[in-house]
Ligand binder design. Structure first.
Ligand SMILES: [Zn+2]
Length: 835
């Protein structure tokens, strides 16, 4: 009896510790392997799947492989925020390597001409892993896949490598992978524990999914705001791959998913053939998974709508993007609906999908190469039909924002021109140096449509992600359809505007608040201890009009000399690309410089609440905004430290989306801090909490919807149709209110993905921002919700004691590309005492 128990224990232990797992568990046995190629274990010190690979060891192995194999070259394409290398391996036959530049040139050339010989051309496959760092089976499978491609011998692999160029990106998200590997490894015992309650399976905030600033990088393929995406997008456009794969993980109780996703949710700009080919490729996956006995599904979830995702971005660029989702063991082993789910099992599935993709690419090579060629042929025809049509965009008061949108076009190889001369359309002025013209007749015309179009009707009412991302709206830039008649030279060398101080003054300096980097400049001025004021009214000085929010820096009675001020401001102005005016008199047309309508400003001292209860994406966006764009240091104040923290160090506290808010004691503490003069800026669901704790009385509109003629089966779709996944709406703004300083138009597009609708105040001056009567600009919203949104307000400002609360129903800093509404947060921070 004892012996049986012991035996059982041994069997269980060996099953759970997987001490027996070696490479043969993963590798096909129908080929032999070159013994000169180092195995992962020989370099990283452990078997694949035994521990979670850290990024530094992954890098070490990829370099070792590249050194040992003449099928692999390795390229370092830059660095993450944490200075980790962004590697790319190029894997193909030795013969192809000898002509790789020519192969690449011919491949790209085929997207630009109508005739190209397909028969001799290799297909290009871009395979990338674990863009979500805590979905680690992808990057761990990359070890096996790279080994296989380097070491496998025989006619099958020779044929594959002859016909394929593989762009192999072992880790889409190095910083996240490292963070997660640390978590999973430090919590692993010698005896693996499959209990889902174990600490190993619940990461601490913010987890390893995101990058350094807590961004979901699988939303950044179109906006390209993060260094990791920049490297990827450059590789993409340099190579124009035919297939791009994106290896993810999903919930532990799921199985394995491969695309196509839900057919009715494919973006209408994606050609039908794209999805048919995806289906064709899926047959290869199905066959491979049948063979190893793994469960899988397709077409029932996920979609190809938002082009900012890795599996959808390729679809508007003549390529085929494919999403893989493996049920996650998260740590090393976990109980699941499908039995014990081991980490090696998840790795083997991903590796299987790597090989089935390559087999499909080789098997369908001609068809897929032809598809890409046709895609661009058709796009060229569409482009030619658009004749001299073009889009002009710009902001006569903000060169930096205009520059940053142009920068995105550059990253996507979209051509644009300077304008020949200043001109006006529909009451908007397009100024040279502050606007660009994008001709539609060019190679990436479909991508231009996908970035600039406004879409308000949809086949389906459910979306996996946002339903709108219209770039000029997100940037709050003026734009319109025009012709190339006003186009000047093509911009080949995009540069930001030069800043500087016009001349030295003994009296005062002025700059308007419209430029994107004005907050960066003001913060440095205040940090230096210089006095600066903000204008509450418009005025004219030296014949020039100055808008609300103009910043005044007196030259005298400062702690440094007038010469030092001049030099200091000139350096800052250059650094922030802003032009500062010098004035020699305080006498103006309108308010004078000594007027009480110039209000003294205070240096912001900011705490950003982070940690449990706060949404890490939203917090990360603000951290990234303040740190990387404005050089403003904010303290990341963890909610678990809140009760001990001395809040008098701060004059501004930011609370991002939070459903839980703070506990009773912390709420009291925050309230008394506000009463003593602090400003709380709160977002999204934090507003419900503010209301429930009576920190702010908010009159929410209720939208009670009852299901009529909806079956049990339809209930999910019925509810889903009431979700605002992310769309763009028009607001009317009161430009004289400090929250709106720096906006030149009286309309402002805003992003929304909540269903929080606030009734407007009965006094109109308390509604500085209000949705218009028919506010939908772009994206999906149900009729019921649109009704509720109409004339509601996205912002409420309220006072408690000497302090105040600035509350937004929605995120104004969405995913680093909503440049247009970043200003609202900056105004809340810098002009907090004026509202
Ligand atoms: Zn994922």
């Amino acid at each position: 009896m004892q012996r049986i128990a012991l035996l059982l224990l041994l069997v269980t232990a060996s099953l759970f510790s997987q001490s027996k797992t070696d490479l043969s568990y993963y590798l096909p046995q129908d080929v032999t392997y070159d013994s000169n190629i180092p195995t992962p274990k020989s370099i990283v010190g452990h078997e694949v799947g035994e521990w979670h690979i850290t990024h530094d060891k992954l890098v070490q192995y990829m370099h070792a492989l590249a050194k040992a194999s003449d099928r692999i070259t390795i390229e370092d394409r830059g660095k993450t925020f944490e200075d980790r290398p962004l590697l790319l391996l190029k894997i193909t036959s030795l013969e192809n390597h000898k002509n790789l530049d020519a192969i690449q040139a011919a491949h790209v050339q085929a997207t630009e001409t109508n005739t190209s010989d397909i028969s001799e051309r290799p297909i290009v496959v871009y395979q990338g892993f674990s863009i979500h760092g805590n979905e680690p089976s992808g990057s761990n499978a990359a070890l096996v896949a790279a080994y296989y491609l380097a070491a496998a011998q025989g006619p099958k692999i020779d044929d594959l490598l002859k016909n394929t160029v593989i762009l192999f990106d072992p880790s889409f998200n190095p910083d996240g992978l490292q963070r997660f590997a640390y978590w999973a490894n430090t919590n692993r015992g010698m005896n693996l524990n499959a209990d889902p309650n174990d600490r190993e399976y619940s990461e601490v905030w913010p987890g390893g999914r995101t990058n350094h600033y807590w961004f979901d990088m699988n939303r950044d393929w179109l906006p390209v705001q993060l260094p990791e995406s920049r490297a990827r997008i450059e590789t993409f456009h340099n190579w124009m791959p035919n297939i791009l794969t994106d290896h993810h993980e999903m919930g532990t109780n799921a199985s394995f998913f491969f695309q196509p996703g839900i057919p009715s949710r494919t973006h209408p700009l994606t050609p039908k053939m794209n999805q048919e080919l995806t289906k064709g490729i899926a047959e290869y996956h199905a066959k491979a998974f049948d063979k190893i006995g793994s469960l899988y599904y397709s077409e029932e979830s996920f979609d190809d709508f938002y082009y900012g995702k890795g599996s959808t971005f390729p679809d508007i660029n003549g390529s085929i993007g494919i999403l893989f989702e493996q049920a996650s063991s998260r740590g090393h082993i976990q109980e699941s609906d499908n039995g014990i789910l081991t980490f090696p099992f998840t790795i083997r599935n991903q590796f299987t999908a790597v090989l089935s993709t390559l087999e499909a690419a080789n098997g369908m090579r001609n068809t897929i190469l032809e598809y890409q060629q046709d895609f661009f042929k058709n796009a060229r025809n569409e482009a030619a039909k658009s004749g001299n049509k073009a889009i002009v965009f710009g902001d006569e008061k903000d060169a930096a924002k205009t520059y940053h949108l142009a920068e995105i076009l550059n990253r996507h190889r979209i051509k644009f021109h300077d304008i020949k001369r200043d001109f006006s359309v529909n009451g908007k002025n397009y100024k040279k140096g502050y606007s660009y013209i994008v001709p539609k007749n060019q190679k990436n015309t479909r991508l231009i449509n996908a970035m600039f179009e406004k879409r308000t009707t949809f086949q389906d009412s459910l979306f996996y992600d946002i339903s709108a991302w219209t770039f000029p709206l997100a940037f709050n830039l003026d734009y319109t359809e025009t012709t190339t008649a006003n186009a000047g030279d093509e911009v080949k060398d995009l540069k930001p505007q030069n800043g500087g101080v016009a001349s030295k003054s003994e009296y005062a300096y002025l700059f308007e608040w419209h430029e994107y980097y004005a907050p960066k400049l003001l913060n440095k001025i205040l940090k230096k201890g210089l006095r600066a004021k903000v204008s509450m009214k418009t005025f004219k000085a030296n014949g020039k009009s100055y808008d609300y929010g103009t910043i005044l820096i007196p030259a005298k009675n400062q702690k440094i000399s007038t010469s030092e001020i001049y030099t200091f401001l000139n350096d800052l102005a250059q650094d922030s690309h802003i032009k500062i005016d010098a004035v020699s008199t305080g006498l103006n047309d309108g308010i004078d410089l000594g007027s009480r309508n110039f209000r003294a400003l205070e240096l912001p001292k900011i705490a950003l609440l982070v940690g449990d209860g706060m949404t890490s994406y939203d917090a990360g966006e603000i951290w990234h905004l303040l740190d990387t764009r404005y050089d403003i240091i904010a303290t990341k104040l963890d909610t678990k430290r809140f009760s001990r923290a001395d809040l008098s160090r701060y004059n501004t506290i930011i609370m991002v989306n939070s459903s839980s808010g703070l506990n009773e004691n912390n709420t009291k503490k925050l309230k008394s801090w506000i009463q003593n003069g602090g400003t709380l800026v709160a977002y999204r669901n934090a507003l419900r909490w503010l209301n429930s704790k009576e920190l702010m009385k908010i009159d929410f509109k209720k939208n009670d919807l009852t299901a009529k003629n909806i079956t049990y089966e339809q209930r999910g779709d019925f509810r889903g149709a009431q979700v605002i996944g992310g769309a763009i709406f028009e607001t009317k703004i009161d430009r004289s209110h400090p929250i709106n300083f720096g906006y030149k138009n009286d309309k402002l597009p805003m992003f929304r993905n909540t269903t929080l609708f606030i009734k407007p105040d009965k006094n109109s001056y308390n509604n500085p921002i209000q949705y218009t009567k028919n506010p939908l600009l772009s994206g999906y919203i149900s009729e019921e919700n649109l009704d509720s949104l109409s004339l509601s307000i996205p912002l409420k400002i309220g006072g408690i004691g000497r302090g105040n609360i600035v509350a937004f129903t929605d995120n104004t800093n969405f995913r680093a590309f909503w440049y247009g509404t970043n200003r609202l947060l900056m105004n809340a921070i810098f002009f907090r005492d004026e509202m």
